[in-house]
Design a protein around this ligand. Structure first.
Ligand code: SAM
Length: 159
């Protein structure tokens, strides 16, 4: 498969899994946490799918398209491991983490701290969506939509 085909599959999977999560999240209260604002495409999608919902976005630095920049009070810059820890207890309805690098060794380091951080950011019943694995006793795996290849994207409910 070409890298272009692979990219298209990854974006389709990301959109489908976020749509699945948003359908659940629409039924509950709580803000959304976007870990890895990047260009802001998924932030923009979440804002469209969940109108009026507070979305707090995190990144090392602001590099988003002008159409996809959160309000100043909902943009947090710095290392996510430190900055997002300050939001533990926010009772998020959804945490979306898109901070995988595609390098197994680097993503393995992220997997040592990210699942626990996500579990502490979510309310009970809240949804976690991540491009890196979410192995944690409080994060119960949910079946992804059929378009999502196994081990490509991960979706869990906080128990
Ligand atoms: N979902 C975004 C979109 O649709 O445009 C793309 C996110 S991009 C793949 C990942 C982003 O996460 C990058 O902008 C990177 O700077 C940020 N990032 C990755 N690891 C981070 C960390 N530990 N702390 C802060 N930002 C991080």
């Amino acid at each position: 498969m070409s890298r272009l085909d692979s990219f298209i599959r990854r974006m389709t999977a990301q959109r489908d899994i976020l749509d699945l999560a948003c359908a659940e999240v629409a039924k509950m209260e709580g803000p959304v946490v976007e870990l890895g604002l990047g260009n802001g495409r998924t932030f923009h999608h979440l804002r469209e799918r969940l109108p009026g919902r507070r979305i707090v976005a995190f990144d090392r630095a602001l590099a988003a398209h002008a159409s996809s920049i959160p309000e100043a009070e909902n943009l947090v810059l710095g290392e996510i491991r430190e900055t997002a820890s300050r939001f533990i207890g926010i009772d998020a309805a959804l945490v979306h983490a898109d901070i995988g690098t595609g390098y197994d060794d680097r993503d393995a380091v992220t997997s040592t701290w990210l699942p626990d951080l996500i579990a502490r950011l979510l309310r009970v019943g809240g949804i976690a969506v991540s491009g890196t694995p979410l192995d944690h006793p409080l994060l119960q795996p949910l079946p992804p939509p059929p378009s999502v290849p196994a081990d490509r994207y991960f979706v869990c409910r906080r128990v």
